[in-house]
Design a protein. Structure first.
Length: 205
């Protein structure tokens, strides 16, 4: 399965995907890395592995339509079959979402449907989780649709919240879980083991 990885930051989930491929766990190859930030740390990881890269930002285009066209061109050029959003902090254009219907997954640092939606990313998520007083958090892999964090849930894993946890310490615990479940979810897609019915999705063994 040819995967395009989208990342906005240092690329730790991107590295986890690469590690899974290297270990023979994930039957896939990274076709291209795309980022909205020209200085994203994920670019360094990709270039060290001779993986094609593309800097695509809405700010560089006259309209969202032109932005979407450029994104679809890059994806087509690299024969992308699936998109993995690995810490990508921008909304994907609707045209791209529709083109990759049920072929795009995101990793979110909370247990959706709670603590999702516009503005719920990075430390904002963990601050909201701690402020709510819940006893567990975790990570969610979900299919991307036209709504923020509302696509079918594929996989989740929890972490316990301790009284002494801070947003930073909770983020570190959740990130460890993200690195575990995202490659496993992508493996299920690559092996054709994800099934859909209406707004629900599940993995078959």
């Amino acid at each position: 399965m040819n995967i395009a990885v989208f990342a906005s930051g240092r690329g730790s989930n991107f590295q986890a995907i690469l590690n899974a491929i290297d270990a023979g766990l994930l039957p896939a190859r990274i076709a291209v890395l795309i980022s909205n930030k020209s200085d994203a740390g994920a670019f360094e990881i990709a270039r060290a592995r001779n993986i094609p890269t593309s800097h695509l930002s809405l700010k560089l285009f006259a309209s969202e339509e032109k932005f979407a066209e450029a994104m679809l061109h890059v994806l087509s050029e690299h024969q992308t079959e699936f998109i993995a959003l690995a810490g990508y902090l921008k909304r994907i254009p609707v045209q791209v979402v529709l083109q990759y219907h049920n072929r795009m997954a995101n990793i979110h640092p909370a247990l959706l449907p709670a603590f999702g939606g516009a503005g719920m990313y990075g430390h904002y998520v963990h601050e909201a989780v701690l402020a709510s007083g819940v006893k567990v958090s975790g990570a969610t892999v979900h299919v991307v649709n036209e709504e923020f964090d509302r696509g079918p849930i594929i996989m989740q894993k929890t972490v316990d919240i301790n009284p002494e946890d801070t947003p930073d310490s909770l983020a570190a615990k959740v990130l460890t879980v993200e690195h575990e479940i995202f490659p496993l979810a992508l493996k299920a897609f690559a092996e054709g083991r994800v099934r859909f019915e209406g707004k629900k999705a599940w993995i078959i063994s």
